[in-house]
Design a binder for this molecule. Structure first.
Ligand code: DAH
Length: 336
């Protein structure tokens, strides 16, 4: 047996019997390390007679390959032993950790559906600030200083005289200030009132405002638009009632009542929105502010509407108390 073969057999035996990664590493250093025995043979090659070189060289290569392969496979064994060991500690019969699936808040669902329906009718989204001037919230909307809505107790006033808007109708004015007709917008957003908090009132709630101004806009357009919207929401068999009402910023004005079996409210009419034809005084207030006649009431008419999204979301989701919407109670939220 050639001494190299002897070396190989010794190495393989030692590798095979290595009982952990440390002793395996020691064997690797001993044979394949820079000053290991196999490497030493490589050095020795240089001193061999020319005719011996090919034979010993070939053998040396075989030995190095065999030892390297043995070390690799033993390393692999240790690694998979380790993994199995780790798996042994896991009880795969235990139930897993459930991942809770989130869902959209009923108010958000209502908001998204409403936007979708109005988008199909060509309404664009508009926005305005929650902190408003009295002028945008009241004066421009034909609501004079002695109107009860302007009472200190009705909303939250800031020291500088600004206030938290009591309705999203402010966005009508903000839009007309910067855009000429035709205008077709919806403006969802927060509104604030100093209400006592109970099952149907919060100090902050959510409204959706609408405004359509163009030549020849009529009450028929208003009715058609709102009926289409509410039918999309509540189903085709819904019945509507446009009940005469008063709002300072519209003339004539209506409240919209709905009755449908889908709501489970029996034979009861439910009030769901306010609306009307934009009062010429509102258009003139905007003209004055703009310093032009862009909204000449002789040329343009428009309709406006507003409704509470919380109210609709409560109806649609069968939620009896508006406070559930803001309490962040998992037991409530997980139902949607
Ligand atoms: N701003 C009214 C409210 O908060 C709702 C409303 C009624 C808006 C009639 C309108 C409208 O645009 O035309 O109760």
């Amino acid at each position: 047996m050639h001494p190299l073969e002897q070396l190989r057999d010794d190495a393989l035996r030692e590798i095979e019997s290595a009982h952990d990664e440390q002793s395996l590493e020691a064997a690797r250093v001993k044979y394949l390390g820079r000053s290991g025995t196999v490497s030493a043979w490589g050095e020795q090659m240089k001193t061999l007679a020319k005719e011996k070189k090919p034979v010993v060289g070939k053998l040396l290569n075989e030995v190095r390959n065999a030892v390297t392969a043995a070390i690799d496979s033993r390393t692999q064994q240790f690694r998979s032993q380790k993994e199995t060991g780790a798996l042994d500690k896991i009880d795969i019969s235990l139930p897993g950790t459930p991942h809770e699936l989130g869902a959209l808040h009923p108010l958000t669902q209502m908001l998204e559906r409403s936007i979708q329906i109005f988008r199909r009718m060509g309404f664009a989204l508009a926005d305005g600030p929650d902190i408003e001037t009295e002028w945008h919230c009241f004066d421009a909307l034909n609501t004079p200083a002695d109107h009860p809505a302007r009472n200190e107790q009705d909303t939250f006033y800031l020291p500088d005289g600004r206030l938290l808007r009591t309705h999203t109708s402010t966005v009508q004015i903000r839009t007309m200030e910067k855009t000429a007709p035709p205008i077709r917008i919806i403006a969802p957003g927060a509104a604030y009132r100093r209400d006592e908090i109970d099952a149907t009132h919060l100090a902050q709630f959510t409204q959706m405002e609408g405004l359509y101004v163009d030549e020849g806009v009529s009450v028929a357009d208003l009715k058609g638009t709102l009926e289409f919207f509410f039918r999309e929401l509540f189903g085709n068999d819904a019945k509507f009632r446009f009940r005469p009402h008063f709002f300072p910023f519209t003339e004539p004005s209506y409240e919209v009542d709905i009755k449908t079996s889908a709501l489970g409210t029996g034979d009861r009419w439910l009030e769901i929105a306010g609306c009307g034809m934009v009062d010429p005084n509102v258009l003139e207030a905007v003209n004055t502010k703009r310093g032009d006649r862009a909204f000449d009431p002789e040329k343009y008419t428009g309709f406006a509407f507003g409704f509470g999204l919380d109210r609709l979301a409560m109806i649609m989701s069968g939620t009896p108390d508006i406070r559930y919407f803001t309490q962040n109670d998992q037991r409530f939220l997980a139902q949607f």
